[in-house]
Write a protein that binds this ligand. Structure first.
Ligand code: TRP
Length: 329
């Protein structure tokens, strides 16, 4: 029996290079070895986007087209939409009953987001329960591992605590404590040197056109000390260089020399980089194009995913109800 993995993304925008190197490439490796469930967390998206919910559906489809175009294979991985598998909300409700409010109020991601996300009003009731729904996502499929970034670790810890509390309350081992699979995320900043994020408007989307990619790369910040072409540069202080490390590691030696010996100017270095990114995205675009003109295929994948996920999830719900002594019939 293969070990189980569950992961999800919130459909709140277009996917960008950060998603590719931070999550998708990792998913591609994992699906070879594990039984993977890849979920679009649309309820989680609604928790923060409830004032303007109509885009969530479009992003759901667009993001999954990116997953498929990058190589997520629905024949071996279960690709599904959270809201289409009703058991997520059922387990969410059940778990909500046993989670102490303090766990959620103390959660560092919650405190941080309330502090940082000034543009969104997340003082709503559901947002506090974000980690509980995430726990339901994971526990429904008895996932052994959850690939996440470091920022998600507190949520996973809450999930593990929920498993222990469930066991101590009902003396039944329905769930297993999932483990985080910490993704070693290569450093890939936005074109302005800040964290790559659509809300900073500094991301290169997987679906950007060639021209747009060239334009964005040409605007990237390089070593500020390298003013003239014949000044020696410092690759370690150059955002461009970190892109080479990610997208063409075999070339970094040359790039390092071009820069430190001022053999090549930043403009040429940028031209080469955009070419590299474009080359790597071209096969993705080709598949994107195909899926975009075959949306029915994507819908079939959703239906199939819904079916497979529901089957698994409803078994877990039955076990949960039994553990509650059939208090909930
Ligand atoms: N919270 C995750 C994120 O923002 C998305 C998510 C929802 C998720 N449910 C999940 C991730 C379950 C892993 C497992 O990226």
């Amino acid at each position: 029996m293969k070990k189980i993995i569950l992961s999800g993304m919130r459909p709140t925008g277009k996917l960008h290079l950060g998603h590719l190197v931070g999550a998708l490439n990792n998913w591609l490796e994992l699906q070879k070895e594990y039984q993977c469930f890849f979920m679009v967390a649309d309820w989680h998206a609604l928790m923060s986007e409830y004032k303007k919910p109509s885009e969530i559906g479009n992003y759901t489809i667009d993001n999954v087209i990116d997953w498929l175009s990058c190589g997520i294979d629905p024949k071996c991985s279960v690709v599904f939409i959270q809201s289409q598998v009703k058991q997520h909300l059922e387990l969410y409700m059940m778990l909500s009953c046993l989670v102490p409010l303090g766990w959620l109020e103390r959660c560092p991601t919650y405190k941080e987001q309330k502090r940082e996300l000034k543009t969104k009003d997340i003082s709503n009731y559901a947002f506090l329960g974000y980690p509980v729904l995430q726990s339901a996502d994971i526990l429904l499929y008895k996932a052994n591992y959850v690939p996440v970034g470091e920022d998600q670790l507190p949520h996973l810890e809450i999930c593990r605590e929920i498993v222990r509390r469930f066991k101590s309350l009902y003396k039944k081992n329905v769930f297993i404590e999932p483990q985080a699979l910490l993704t070693k995320i290569p450093k890939l900043l936005g074109i302005d040197g800040r964290k790559m994020s659509k809300s900073y408007d500094n991301a290169i989307a997987l679906s950007d056109s060639k021209e747009l990619i060239k334009k964005k790369v040409s605007r990237m910040f390089t070593d500020p000390k390298r003013i003239k072409k014949f000044d020696a540069g410092h690759p370690k202080q150059c955002n461009l260089y970190s892109y080479y490390e990610v997208f063409k590691p075999g070339m970094t030696k040359d790039v390092y020399r071009w820069c430190t010996k001022a053999e090549l100017g930043c403009t040429e270095c940028k031209d080469k980089l955009s070419q590299i990114i474009i080359e790597q995205l071209e096969p993705v675009w080709e598949k994107r194009c195909y899926f975009q003109s075959h949306k029915d295929l994507v819908m079939d994948i959703f239906r199939d995913g819904q079916e497979k996920a529901s089957k698994f999830a409803s078994k877990t719900i039955d076990e949960v109800k039994e553990a509650l002594g059939n208090g909930i019939l």
